[in-house]
Design a protein around this ligand. Sequence first.
Ligand code: ARG
Length: 467
Amino acid sequence: MAKMWAGRTSGQTSSVADDFNSSISFDSRMYAQDIRGSIAHARMLLKQGILEEGEVRQIIEGLEGILADIESGRLPFDPHAEDIHMFVEEELTKRIGSAGKRLHTARSRNDQVALDMRMYLRDETKGILALVLDLMDALLKQAKAGQDLVMPGYTHLQRAQPIVFSHHLMCYEMMLERDVGRLEDVLGRMDQCPIGSCALAGTTYDTDRAYEAGLLGFSAPCLNSLDGVSDRDFCLELLSALSILMMHLSRLSEEIILWSSWEFKFVELSDAFTTGSSIMPQKKNPDMAELCRGKTGRVYGHLMALLTTLKGLPLAYNKDMQEDKEGVFDAVDTVRMCLKVMAPMIATMTPLKENMRRAAQKGFINATDLADYLTRKGLPFREAYKLSGQLVTECIQRDTVLEELPLTAYQSYSPLFEEDVYRAISLDECVEKRISQGGTGPESVKSQIAHVEAFLARNRSGAASDE
Ligand code: ARG
């Protein structure tokens, strides 16, 4: 079939070239944004006296009909169309005749694709933001319930110092709060409208780009027409923010996987979010968490792919840029799915208090507190540190723990030890004494929880979930 752009050439392309060139199979998902953009464009052309009222009425009615028919399934996408923009325009011309051909005055497909991507990703980013808040809710629920669950805190995956489960979970809240900030920044810089760049250089028509930008919910038009059509920073920024978010989800997933193992058994996942093995009847596998961890790689990959696609491109639009879509679409789909499964998986998991506590009792994680005890009694920290280390060795030799070592043994190392040492190194005391701001002590954990509660309340009132 001859192309709509036939003129300079016959428009008779080979079918293999058509297939190679076509993006409808993946850009059709932007149909609503494309149609909304076209309706705003027609309104602007009318306001500026570039098109007449009758024509614009026909265009808008035609476009609304196309939208309704796509949504009801009456109008399937033509797999032979070049892209969603051509599909909509060709369908409009089929339906209303010559007025349809006037719609493309003072704009280009390069503008349209840049506009549709911004509008589509703006909607997706808002949806993802709402899902991040859902995950924060789930973590908060567990954090509120877990304020007296003592567990080992780790460095190098070696038991280090006792902490409460809530403190550990609140660390993920801090990460997610920053993710929200990053996604909001992406939305902020995405908030410029490229339509009316007119392929690259602007137009001789007296258009009103600010009016059209306003109709489409943007604060302002892009200031430079070359930038309007060649900028894909918003895709890269979104992919970067999503990569960091996925890295956070992956770290959380990794911990859930560890915690669900028999080696830790700190949590029990709900049956609804685990799978069994086809051969080993005892298995309860944390597949959801493993998949979130696994899917992180593809999101990073999409960021790297698009950075590489863009790096050598001269201004302005180049067809290479059609390659922006599949990766960024897959990234938003992936992140959405991961968040959707993570939130209920976290909300329904059961922390196993006794196992956490038992693990915290082993591994001498109160050795720092023992050193602090001596320091408070006047010994310089370095000396206290050394003595505590020797006492740990003594315990290992006697196959016991610091809590069980007799006072006489303590006193053979230093006369500073008294009966109160046992209280000083008891797990609950170790946690409660960590009173510094941001530490695992009860006041700090409470204030972290209050902070996140207020953050969620503020953000929920600002942006309602689109789900
Ligand atoms: N389908 C193209 C894309 O996704 C947009 C069309 C612009 N193409 C062009 N040859 N001017 O980037």
